[in-house]
Design a protein around this ligand. Structure first.
Ligand code: NDP
Ligand code: A1CAB
Length: 267
């Protein structure tokens, strides 16, 4: 059977994207095939999403589009595995951090059209953010296909491939930074004696509300922060403490470490 899309690797991200595609009726669910080395994972996906599954990566031979969704560390093995059976006209979309389009083209054979995408986990609830970059041979129509697929799970932005390591550091890993901030805020709330559920409700609405305010107002983060910060008030005390602790340079350093790791993964 000809399949529309084959996901190689049926982990968290592949499931999020496939679920969004089924929800948006990108194509008939059974035309989406997901492969994995864990049979229990595949049976769950068949039941939950109605997609087709296979434990054999050679099903890519029937695909119009292949989405590579395995960990970067095992990408070499997977590329070797599928290269002999992949058809020249199949569009390859990779979501793996750090693996360059050139590397994928080289492994899969000259002429392969490759698009790289860096999504993030809020895709699980249709609120993802994806950077999308075309490899050397992918054209406008290929970019539009990738935008339609990732558009099923959130917002998409086109970038040059050279900027994908930075996108990975910013929005790919970004949800983890926000969760870390929330962990820290909730730890403080507990120390200050607030009930767990009360703190959770207030903290989550604060993060969501602040993001929405910035989006809707179009104002810069620093301007909005200034509006919260009364001179000599409580926010001023908190911000002074953060400045003294070097929080901003620490965050900048952390994102650069993520960018560096993304570059290393391509080696
Ligand atoms: N998680 C995130 O926030 C993001 C991840 N990414 C990228 O997405 C990719 C997938 O990440 P994620 O979904 O988190 O990872 P997961 O580990 O959840 O998913 C990968 C899946 O592939 C399976 N697998 C391993 N070897 C093979 C094989 N040879 N053939 C088929 N399937 C195989 C794994 O099984 P097993 O677990 O048994 O090894 C696992 O189920 C990565 O390259 C990552 O860089 C991109 C953006 C965000
Ligand atoms: O941590 C990682 O390597 C992957 C890529 C971006 C988010 N998770």
């Amino acid at each position: 059977m000809e399949s529309k899309v084959v996901f190689v690797g049926a982990g968290n991200m592949a499931e999020a994207i496939a679920a969004g595609m089924v929800r948006a009726e990108f194509c008939a669910a059974e035309k989406i095939v997901m492969t994995d080395i864990r049979p229990e994972r595949l049976s769950g996906l068949e039941t939950d999403l109605g997609v087709s599954t296979s434990a054999d990566n050679s099903v890519v031979k029937n695909a119009e589009i292949v989405v590579l969704a395995v960990k970067p560390q095992i990408m070499n093995d997977v590329l070797e595995d599928i290269a002999p059976v992949l058809r020249k006209e199949t569009l390859v979309i990779s979501i793996a951090a750090g693996i360059t389009a050139e590397k994928i083209e080289r492994a899969l054979g000259e002429g392969t059209r490759v698009i790289r995408v860096m999504p993030n986990t809020p895709a699980l609830i249709g609120q993802g953010a994806s950077g999308i970059a075309a490899g050397r041979l992918a054209d406008e129509a290929d970019l539009e296909v990738a935008e339609t697929i990732l558009g099923c799970v959130g917002e998409t932005v086109r970038v040059d491939e050279k900027d994908l390591d930075a996108v990975t550091a910013l929005s790919g890993s970004g949800p983890a930074y926000v969760f870390y901030l929330l962990e820290s805020m909730l730890a403080a709330a507990e120390e200050m004696g607030l009930e767990k559920e009360t703190a959770r409700t207030l903290a989550l609405q604060t993060v969501e509300g602040a993001a929405r305010l910035m989006k809707d107002s179009g104002e810069e983060a620093a301007e909005l922060r200034a509006k919260v910060t009364s001179k000599g008030g409580t926010t001023f005390a908190a911000m002074t403490s953060m400045e003294e602790s070097g929080v901003k340079p620490a965050i900048i350093k952390a994102l650069k470490a993520a960018q560096m790791r993304s570059k290393e993964l391509s080696g």
